[in-house]
Structures are given as structure tokens and as C-alpha cells.
Ligand binder design. Structure first.
Ligand SMILES: O=C(O)c1ccc(O)c(O)c1
Ligand SMILES: [Mg+2]
Length: 631
């Protein structure tokens, strides 16, 4: 497959769009007519800019309202076409996309349209140009690629072919098997777009909500597999009309687009027994066996408070780093690292974000393979000097510039705590609170970066994403989506904040960016944990007493159970699979906190409780003299 993207998909002025497209690694670009019309340079200069960037113009588009015009208007449409052909020749592209006619005056009839295309094909051939026909899902007479193909077939001209666009086919749920019988040389190019499933008018959905393959809910992989089955191995071109992308970062959107195509090619190739598709070879998505550790970088001024909270949570210091100001804390299978080094990445993270959980290690089957795949998909590798004999983790940059270390059990990486750390006896540590493992890591990001990170995680690791859940904060809505694997050994919740007055938005604004906002630990006995926490002097997040009357009524709980929950500030939820218990810490700094959960078969994250604990966390922030409403 060759990769291309339409200029309409990217924000900015034409040169900025082209620059971002070239930097992201695309081979081709579709010039969208309006982007060209709004730009002052001549077509030949635009062509030169494109070629100087190492790009090829895959097509010029769209040419509208062409086929089936009544006789009185027919000549004019051909005159219009000739004008566009002039522009194309100057630009240096041989393909024009003609989308199906939407004009109320246009006439139906497959043969009439075929006749128009045969004539257009003859005119194009004289200039060495080609014409591709695309059925818009809302075309007046032609809105199905099967009818467009029939017209192309009857036009029977070598310079007339079909353009397939995943959105138009999939939004109308047209059988994709119909693609498999189209000869590959009659498919002039393939356009790709995904979209979230929303029940709305097709035109509005297409013009405002398309997104990158893998970011939405349409079966774009199956569509692409059907195309690959024809033997087509040419350009796959993203054509993404999206309001958010139009206002987003050109570089990020272009990079996401390139990642989405590489990932798509990889998936199609893997799914097919035989495939002609040329793709970039890379290892498969890594299964994640667990979170190896979470690393906090701490300001020396805050470290006592942070370590104090960890101790009340039942963590004990287990090791001191051989050469750095770094301590290892443990409980159950959980490893937390507290880094107070005055140099390196951790120190830079403190300078920028204050004390924060800036890195996590994912335990994968093969760290080197996971790293190779991440980099092939465009992740930023990260390296930092380590002392000889010490373990050097392969690392990539994640959310908010934080790090993801990759570790495995098959190399020394999995033994880092024995190699790099000297064991210590923690004399100040209290009893364990029975915390077993990390349940989930919650990351807060600006809303317009959610899709970027969802695509990053799902394309790199063997994970799936959940539907979006709206979480109501007293000052706005936060959109939440989960990335997890089937076994539950990796669970990441991503919260997208739209304004700075929500708890999540405050965290972003005050921490100068995205990152881990909370960590949830799992216990197998929430009451034993609550009792141990009490003993350790842990301060739970106080929950409104009104909450307990409501859960009791909602779930028909035994009043004795409600009383137990209330006494320990435990939140409760239940689904078809089982029960969920949640207990929170108060906030630390600008809104970081810890959560403890017990799952009795339950697979969710307590979304119905979010509104109550957010209100309580905001109260906790205020009581520490921090104003979470931006006042
Ligand atoms: O929304 C449109 O008009 C439009 C134009 C050209 C395309 O290729 C397309 O898929 C949609
Ligand atoms: Mg299209």
C-alpha cells in the first residue's frame, strides 16, 4: 500500500498542511480544490512545493455535479471539466475525483451517466489524464459504489475508473463483498475514513465527524481487506472531514493519520491468509501482562508528603537505587518508584509538572519487539544515560511527554529491581493494607488529544477501547474512555477535559499538561484494607452521607451493608457480572489521588459513582487551599 491524505483533513493554510503531511511520512497528497483556491500561488508553483517536499499529488478533487445533466446544461459541465484539466496539468497530477451528482436538475439513468463518462474519458485521454468516479452516500441518483461501478463498466474507457471511499460504503452498510469482484485496474484510488457510530443525516455525519481508521466504529479493516482481495496495492488515501481536526494541530493530526494507515495495513495483512498488500513489516501488537511499576518524579520538598501517603497506604520501602536518588516501594505485586534525582528526565519532569507520576513500565512478552512496533508506528523513542551494569529499559514517549518503559521476563529487564536496587529494611513502614496489584492507571488529557492516545495504545498493544462515557463534573463534562486488554492486566482510563474548571481540567492547567491523575490499586478484601488504612492513619476521601441513602435504595442493599460502606467511605456499584467497591484518598498537590478497588466479578470502573467522588475530590482540593474552579 502507498499512503496519501487529502489536504482537507489537516488544519492550517496549504503550505502548513503540506509540510505536516510530508513530515508525517506520507507518500502522496490529494489536493482539495478549496485549499488550492484559497492559496495565492499558481497551480504550477503548488505542484513544485508538493514535489519539493518529496510528495506526489495523488489526485485533484472534487469535481461536482457532472454526470446526467440535462442537454441544455451538458456542454457547460464539459467546459468546466476542461478548465479543471488545465489546472491538473499545471499542478502535475493525472487523476481527478468526480463525485456523484447531487443537483436536483440532474437526470438519472445508468446509460446516460455512462455516456457522459465515456465522453469525459476521451477528453481526459487526449491530455493523458484519468477520471475516477465516486458515489457519494447522498448522491441524487448514484449513492452506492455498485451503481458507480456499473457506470464505469459501461463507460468502457481505459481513462475512466472507480474511486472507493470507505465512508460512503460503510455508512450505508453496503455489502463489502461486492468490492471483491471489481478488477483491480479499474480501482483508480481508495479513500479511507472511519467515523463514530452516530445516528444522523449522512451528509452531516460525513462532513463533520469522520476520523482516522481505528479511531471510530466502522469496519474499515474489513473494507480494506476486501480491496486487498482484488489485488489492488496502490494508494490508500485518508479523506477526513472533522471539525475538531480542522482546529487541531496539523502535525499531530498528520502523524495520527499516518499511524492509522500503517496500523490498518498491518491488521489487514495479518488477518488474510494470502494478501498482495505491501506493508511495513513489524512485530504484532504486544500482549501486556501487567504494569511493572509506576515512577513518581518528586520535588524534594514534596517527597515526605508523598512517601507519607504511600506508607499510610501500606507500602514499604524495599530498595534504594545503586547510583541514583531513587527508592523502590512495594506492596503485593505493586512496585512504585520515587525519583528525586536532581538531573535527567525525572528532574525535567519535576521542573515542568511538579511532583507527578511521569512514567510507567509495561510488562510485555518481548520488550524489544514491543519497542520495534511502537517505533514503526511513529512513537518517539527515549534514551537516557545509565551507569554500566545497570538495566536500560527500552522506552517511548507517552501521554503528556511521560514515559512508557517496556520490560519483560525473558531478559534482565524483568530483574531490574534486583540488579539496580540494594534491598533495604523499612523501619518506618506500617502494616500492609492488602493491596495486591495495580487495577488501573487514569490519565487526563485535553479532550482533543483523546483520539491520538487511544490510537497510540490500541495500535501498539493488544488492547481494545470502550465506548465513550460522559462524566459529569459540577463545572462541566469530562469524556472518559477505557483502553484495556481482555484479561484485565492492562487497564487505562483516559479522561478528556474540555475546560479548566473541571477537576480534570484543573489538573491539566496546573500541571502544565496531560499525565497520570490517579492510580487505582486492587485489594481482595475492601473491609480488611479499610481497617488497615484506618490503623495506618490514612485519610480517606469523605463521601456525602446522602450518597448512601441513594445506593441503598437503588440496589436494595441490606442496611447493615450500607452502614459498613458509609463508615469507611466506600462507594458501591453493581452490574450483571458482579459488585464493585471503591475507596479514595484525598487529593495530593493539584488533584492527584489514589483509589482502591475490590472487584467481585465486575468489569467496569464505577462510572455512576464518578459524579459523587468528583464533587468530594473538589471539596478536598478546596480544603487544601487550592481552588479547582479557576477563580
Ligand atoms: O462531502 C463531500 O462533498 C465530498 C466530496 C468529495 C469526496 O471525496 C467525499 O468523500 C465527500
Ligand atoms: Mg471521498
Amino acid at each position: 500500500m502507498k499512503t496519501s491524505i487529502a489536504t482537507v483533513s489537516i488544519s492550517g493554510e496549504l503550505p502548513e498542511k503540506l509540510d505536516a503531511i510530508a513530515k508525517a511520512g506520507f507518500q502522496g497528497v490529494e489536493i482539495f480544490e478549496n485549499d488550492f483556491l484559497a492559496f495565492d500561488e499558481t497551480p504550477s508553483q503548488v505542484g513544485r512545493i508538493v514535489r519539493d517536499l518529496g510528495l506526489e499529488i495523488t489526485l485533484f478533487q472534487p469535481f461536482r455535479d457532472f454526470e446526467g445533466m440535462p442537454p441544455a446544461l451538458r456542454q457547460r459541465t464539459f467546459d468546466r471539466a476542461e478548465r479543471k484539466f488545465d489546472v491538473m496539468q499545471e499542478l502535475g497530477t493525472d487523476l481527478v475525483l468526480v463525485c456523484s451528482n447531487v443537483s436536483p436538475v440532474s437526470l438519472g439513468g445508468i446509460d446516460r451517466a455512462a455516456e457522459d463518462f465515456r465522453e469525459l474519458g476521451k477528453r481526459a485521454a487526449r491530455r493523458g489524464l484519468r477520471v475516477g468516479y465516486e458515489a457519494l452516500a447522498w448522491g441524487r441518483h448514484i449513492n452506492d459504489h455498485r451503481d458507480a461501478w456499473e457506470i464505469v463498466r459501461r463507460a468502457d474507457h481505459p481513462n475512466v475508473g472507480l474511486i472507493l471511499d470507505s465512508f460512503h460504503t460503510l455508512s450505508r452498510k453496503i455489502d463489502i463483498n461486492s468490492i471483491r469482484s471489481i478488477p483491480k485496474d479499474k480501482i483508480f484510488i481508495v479513500q479511507l475514513a472511519d467515523a463514530p457510530l452516530i445516528d444522523m443525516d449522512l451528509l452531516y455525519w460525513s462532513r463533520h465527524f469522520r476520523n482516522m481508521p481505528g479511531e471510530g466504529d466502522l469496519p474499515v479493516t474489513a473494507f480494506t481487506a476486501a480491496i486487498a482481495d482484488t489485488g489492488y496495492d496502490g494508494y490508500f488515501s485518508l479523506e477526513i472531514f472533522n471539525d475538531q481536526f480542522r482546529g487541531g494541530s496539523a502535525r499531530t493530526i498528520a502523524a495520527d493519520g499516518h499511524r492509522s494507515l500503517i496500523y490498518l495495513g498491518d491488521q489487514v495483512k495479518r488477518a488474510a491468509a494470502v494478501s498482495n498488500l505491501t506493508v511495513i513489516p513489524m512485530p504484532d501488537r504486544s500482549p501486556v501482562k501487567g504494569i511493572g511499576f509506576i515512577e513518581f518524579s518528586a520535588d524534594p520538598e514534596d517527597v515526605d508528603e508523598l512517601v507519607g501517603i504511600l506508607r499510610t497506604l501500606g507500602f514499604r520501602k524495599a530498595g534504594r537505587h545503586r547510583s541514583k536518588q531513587v527508592d523502590l516501594y512495594r506492596q503485593g505485586d505493586i512496585r512504585l518508584i520515587v525519583n528525586t534525582e536532581g538531573k535527567g528526565f525525572a528532574n525535567a519532569a519535576v521542573a515542568r509538572h511538579g511532583t507527578s507520576a511521569h512514567a510507567m513500565a509495561l510488562l510485555v512478552e518481548s520488550a524489544s519487539e514491543a519497542f520495534a512496533r511502537a517505533v514503526a508506528l511513529g512513537a518517539e523513542p527515549f534514551t537516557q544515560a545509565v551507569a554500566p551494569e545497570e538495566v536500560e529499559f527500552p522506552a517511548i514517549q507517552g501521554v503528556g511527554g511521560g514515559l512508557i518503559y517496556l520490560i519483560d521476563d525473558t531478559s534482565d529487564l524483568g530483574r531490574f529491581s534486583e540488579i539496580d536496587f540494594i534491598p533495604v529494611e523499612d523501619k518506618e513502614g506500617g502494616p500492609s493494607a492488602h493491596l495486591q496489584r495495580i487495577d488501573h492507571v487514569a490519565q487526563t488529557v485535553p479532550y482533543d488529544e483523546m483520539l491520538t492516545w487511544l490510537l497510540f495504545y490500541t495500535s501498539t498493544f493488544e488492547t481494545r477501547k470502550s465506548p465513550v462515557v460522559d462524566i459529569i463534573d459540577p463545572s462541566g463534562v469530562v469524556r472518559s474512555q477505557v483502553v484495556e486488554n481482555a484479561s484485565g492486566t492492562l487497564r487505562i482510563t483516559m479522561n478528556g477535559a474540555e475546560n479548566r474548571r473541571t477537576l480534570a481540567g484543573h489538573f491539566l492547567a496546573e500541571k502544565l499538561g496531560a499525565g497520570i491523575q490517579h492510580l487505582a490499586f486492587q485489594t481482595e478484601d475492601i473491609y480488611a484494607t479499610a481497617a488497615a488504612l484506618r490503623e495506618n492513619g490514612f485519610h480517606p476521601l469523605p463521601i456525602s452521607p446522602n450518597y448512601y441513602g441513594d445506593v441503598e435504595a437503588r440496589f436494595g442493599l441490606d442496611p447493615e451493608l450500607t452502614e459498613r460502606l458509609r463508615a469507611d467511605n466506600i462507594l458501591y456499584d453493581r452490574d450483571e457480572q458482579g459488585e464493585y467497591f471503591q475507596l479514595y484518598s484525598r487529593t495530593f498537590g493539584e488533584g492527584f489521588f489514589f483509589e482502591i478497588v475490590e472487584r467481585r466479578g465486575y468489569g467496569g470502573y464505577g462510572a455512576p459513582n464518578a459524579i459523587f467522588r468528583i464533587a468530594a475530590l473538589k471539596k478536598s482540593l478546596r480544603s487544601e487551599g487550592v481552588s479547582p474552579n479557576g477563580q
